[in-house]
Design a protein around this ligand. Structure first.
Ligand code: SF4
Length: 354
């Protein structure tokens, strides 16, 4: 911290991409301890938060069907759709199950041949290899009752979208170490050059985040802009090549809607045509659904670093972890959940409530 204090001479805005980093920052009180010149803003790297509302509604419609076992990571169950969440579907008799791996869903399909088993395949580059493997495994087993509702998103196009926005305030990025452990950081080099912005691959411990901030501030103060690896114990330039191979085999790039943000060109993956039989959207024909976001929720602006959770009028009032209006209040990586859990000192509305 002292090293950072000595380095900084003027205000800088740095975005940590990943919601896991946001939670580490808030739980350690880093936002309070850093020199006042450094402002941390929170990025869109929370997979649950950016899963499009339409896809949550599609999941709810599929999960409500009588012959379906719908499987998902636990965090998705309480994410609000337009009118309900998956937990409500389960309470009303739907067979909605939490799994810890997509391979658990494949196993369920082999054990329940009379049912359709659907896996909600959300996430960034980190979940894509395992999700891809589940599809390959289902194909090898010739399963006809397994499919995936795919919502895979990619970080680099989102970074470019943020940097091209007229509202952008970000001057340096802390890239998500776990994403880079899969993909490497070669994709960030052209972004750093094009936008002349420092990008530092950063881990999740407080010491990793301090290293990332120090490297970014050093570049900014010197007027430099390059990609640096502050997480060398897990990340290499090229990343995990066999995981990337599996992703390429199963997925192709596509445009993708991010919840609260909108469509980002080329920012998603969908199943290649040779795996179309495992596409839940095609199997269940649910792409007609029209969705309605809460008018109070400003999560899209929070995920772009434009606003902070405590600037939302519903924060801690109409919207709490027990009664969330938006996904960022639900997810263990969501910025609103992090502020609610750790930042009571910034807003005494909480004390009034409790
Ligand atoms: S506090 Fe709730 S309503 Fe406000 S932005 Fe966060 S999730 Fe949306």
């Amino acid at each position: 911290m002292e090293n950072i204090r000595k380095l900084v001479t003027r205000p800088w805005v740095i975005m940590e991409i990943c919601g896991g980093q946001t939670h580490a920052i808030m739980s350690g009180g880093l936002d309070q301890l850093l020199p006042g010149e450094i402002e941390l803003v929170h990025g869109p790297g929370c997979p649950v938060c950016v899963t499009a509302l339409e896809q949550v509604d599609q999941a709810i419609e599929i999960a409500s069907k009588p012959d379906v076992i719908f499987t998902s990571y636990g965090d998705m169950l309480r994410v609000p759709g337009s009118s309900m969440d998956l937990m409500t579907v389960r309470a009303e008799g739907g067979d909605v199950r939490t799994v810890y791996s997509p391979l658990d869903a494949v196993k369920l399909a082999t054990q329940n041949p009379e049912k359709q088993v659907v896996f909600f395949g959300i996430g960034f580059e980190t979940t894509a290899p395992a999700n891809a493997m589940s599809v390959m495994h289902a194909q090898n087993l010739k399963l006809e009752n397994f499919s995936v509702l795919v919502s895979q998103v990619r970080v680099p196009p989102a970074m470019e979208m943020l940097l091209m926005s007229p509202h952008n305030r970000v001057q340096g990025f802390l890239a998500a170490g776990h994403v880079c452990s899969v993909m490497g950081y070669w994709e960030y080099v052209p972004i750093s050059r094009k936008f002349q912005i420092p990008i530092v691959v950063t881990g999740f411990e407080l010491v990793d985040i301090l290293i990332g901030i120090q490297l970014a501030i050093t570049q900014l103060e010197k007027g430099q802009a390059c990609v640096e690896n502050g997480y060398e114990r897990w990340v290499s330039l090229e990343g995990n090549l066999s995981a990337q191979e599996n992703i390429k085999k199963v997925y192709e790039n596509c445009d993708k809607v991010w919840r609260g943000i909108g469509m980002i060109p080329n920012s998603g993956w969908r199943l290649r045509p040779e795996y179309a039989q495992f596409d839940a959207l095609k199997r269940f024909q649910v792409d007609h659904i029209v969705s309605n976001e809460s008018k109070l929720c400003i999560a899209g602006e929070i995920l772009q670093g434009i606003k902070k959770p405590i600037q939302c009028s519903a924060f801690g009032k109409q919207c709490t972890p027990q009664s969330p209006l938006g996904a960022t209040m639900v997810s263990s990586e969501g910025a609103c959940a992090a502020y609610y859990k750790y930042a009571q000192h910034e807003d005494n509305r909480f004390h009034e409530q409790e």
